[in-house]
Design a protein around this ligand. Structure first.
Ligand code: FES
Ligand code: FE
Length: 441
């Protein structure tokens, strides 16, 4: 049972800041957002601002966006290209790898190098930075597990979204908007809520924009939890892997590349078992969508992939960052159509988006009241699933992928998400490392 007030409680939000976001791996950017030397984007983990920059030697660096002098944000733009960042307050400047390059009146104010050595001074780095398939993550906890261990078996599913060819993906965006909703609701929804689709998104199904989901068909889909993430899959009509990927709308050349790139086990989930990933979330606040609506007047469907971050602003507000993601080697025409499919459904004005947010805002507002403190929400769907005919766990014969996988409606993934969340909140804060000054390396 879930206490209803966790979806709008400032005290819980404080705990999330201190015990969860100070420890978990948070997504900040994709490498393709900074393709050239000097490119940068600014991203956040809660209030902490980070510059993600491609240095002149070609490596990607993540730096805490706070001046070593008196703490002003060194970079005020959201993205751009720069060899240096100059602090707007007193004018200290830093190279795009974070090294302090110069400061005004060095001699007069500090007595030159003798009084204050510039060498070795650099913007702070987050304690841990790591990438998977070009997705850059940071952790504010030096003792965090390695990113690959953290992702665990979810990597298997992550590849369907972010590795459809050996060249990887590119992203476009992000679109950004704020919603008066708690960040957990969206992350949980994407992690496994198949149940809301026939109700919340009825109109989209009724106007025939999607071949699916029809309520009865979705019973064949799955919810799964693997490693530190989970999601849902659709059941595809019978056929070979090629036929199934064509049904989703992929052109043959992309299908060939997927077959070259995916492992046999990954191909088996699609080709043998007939399941295709749909929405998913990596704990705590990164989500994915894969869907295939009709675009324009055609009856053909076009698949798209989108990633999004639920950036917590407060207990009752979230900033959504939403990127379009596509295989780098996809044909140009496909990229354009796929982008259209994304904007229409899950962009800031997308049809799914509008339906979903209406619920989440309303839920958040009610969760902030007094009565919500007395209510334990029902989160029991599929609790007895292992021996229930309603939504049984799949055996290895029926399903080749890793994780706990169940057929049909169930709230396994949401419960796994919330268990993970509760574990974090019950653990003490991570050990603070010694206070660092802009350290040399
Ligand atoms: Fe940045 Fe003074 S705060 S130069
Ligand atoms: Fe939805």
């Amino acid at each position: 049972m879930i206490p209803a007030h966790i979806y709008n409680d400032p005290e819980i939000f404080e705990l999330e800041r201190d015990r969860l976001f100070s420890r978990a791996w948070s997504f900040v950017a994709h490498e393709s957002e900074v393709p050239n030397a000097g490119d940068y984007v600014v991203r956040h983990v809660l209030e902490d601002s980070f510059i993600v920059s491609r240095t002149s030697t070609g490596e990607v660096r993540v730096m805490f966006n706070m001046c070593l002098h008196r703490g002003m944000q060194v970079c005020r733009a959201e993205m751009g290209n720069a060899s240096h960042f100059r602090c707007p307050y007193h004018g200290w400047s830093y190279r795009n790898d974070g090294r302090l390059a110069g400061l005004p009146f060095h001699q007069e104010a500090y007595g030159g190098e003798e009084g204050f050595k510039r060498k070795g001074q650099r913007l702070l780095s987050p304690p841990r930075v790591s990438t998977y398939n070009g997705l850059i993550f940071v952790s504010l906890d030096q003792g965090a597990p390695d990113l690959e261990d953290y992702l665990g078996d979810f990597k298997f599913y992550l590849d369907y979204y972010s590795k459809q060819s050996s060249s990887g993906v590119e992203v476009k965006g992000p679109q950004r908007w704020r919603i008066k909703a708690n960040w957990k609701i969206g992350a949980e929804n994407f992690a496994g809520d198949m149940y809301h689709t026939p109700q919340t998104h009825t109109s989209i199904v009724e106007i025939g924009l999607f071949r699916e989901p029809k309520a009865e068909k979705r019973k064949d889909g799955t919810t799964y939890w693997a490693g530190n993430g989970g999601g849902t899959t659709y059941k595809l009509p019978p056929g070979s892997i090629e036929e199934r990927l064509r049904y989703v709308g992929y052109p043959d050349e992309m299908i060939d590349r997927m077959k070259e790139t995916w492992t046999q086990q990954q191909k088996d989930v699609v080709g043998e078992d007939g399941f295709m990933v749909s929405a998913a979330s990596i704990f705590p606040n990164l989500s994915f969508v894969h869907n295939w609506p009709k675009v324009e007047d055609s009856d053909e469907v076009v698949p798209f992939i989108s990633i999004r971050q639920w950036r917590p602003i407060s207990a009752d507000e979230t900033e959504v960052l939403s990127w379009f993601m596509v295989d780098k080697e996809a044909p140009e025409e496909f990229k354009q159509l796929s982008y259209k499919a994304y904007v229409m459904s899950f962009g800031s004005t997308g049809m799914f988006e509008q339906d979903d947010v209406e619920n989440w805002v309303s839920l958040t507002s009610t969760a902030g009241g007094s009565m919500a403190k007395r209510l334990l929400l029902n989160s029991r769907m599929g609790v007895k699933s292992d021996d229930s005919p309603v939504s049984p766990a799949l055996t290895k014969d029926e399903y080749s992928g890793p994780g706990k996988v169940h057929v049909g409606y169930g709230e396994y993934s949401q419960r796994a998400f919330l268990n993970e969340w509760a574990d974090h909140l019950e653990r003490p804060e991570p050990e603070a490392t010694d206070t660092e000054v802009g350290s040399s390396d």
